[in-house]
Design a protein around this ligand. Structure first.
Ligand SMILES: [Zn+2]
Length: 154
């Protein structure tokens, strides 16, 4: 099997056995080197965003000293949830290899598929209300950003 995927699976098992969180592991690779590896730590840190991919992205960015990971690839023991999939886009990672599917995750109680359905407009079930208020006041920071001469676009 793929050695980077093996590392991701080993991370997932490590997390389960240590009771850090769900059975998910991720590895970020640049060329032939592992830059970071992580497992889900939602339970350990009481942080709902501490998914394996999120931690691996944060650590890789810190290690490389940049937010652009476009020269890296990600290996995940499971298909990324929508939050991690979005983070992968923000990190500009171009290729993701995954083992288990979102349907496999749903079958053990991790219903990422529901969030994908919400995004695609495929469900009438709304668990979150999204309400727009105070747009004009909120636009103030946008105007200041736009006027900035030395902004770093990302
Ligand atoms: Zn995730």
């Amino acid at each position: 099997m793929n050695s980077f995927m093996k590392t991701a699976i080993d991370e997932a098992l490590k997390g389960v056995r240590a009771e850090h969180g769900g059975p998910f592991g991720a590895v970020i690779v640049k060329g032939h080197s592992v830059i970071s590896k992580a497992h889900n730590e939602v339970l350990k840190n009481n942080d709902p965003t501490d998914h394996a991919e999120m931690i691996a992205i944060r650590e890789a960015a810190k290690k490389l000293g940049r937010f652009d990971l476009s020269d890296c690839e990600l290996y995940s023991s499971c298909e990324p949830c929508p939050m991690c999939f979005a983070a992968i886009h923000w990190a500009k990672i171009k290729k993701v290899y995954y083992g288990c599917t979102r349907e496999d995750a749903a079958s053990i109680g991790f219903d990422d598929n529901y969030i994908y359905d919400v995004i695609k407009g495929n469900t009438d079930e709304k668990r979150v209300e999204l309400i727009q208020i105070d747009r004009q006041d909120s636009l103030e920071s946008f105007k200041e950003w736009e006027a900035k001469n030395n902004k770093v676009q990302y």
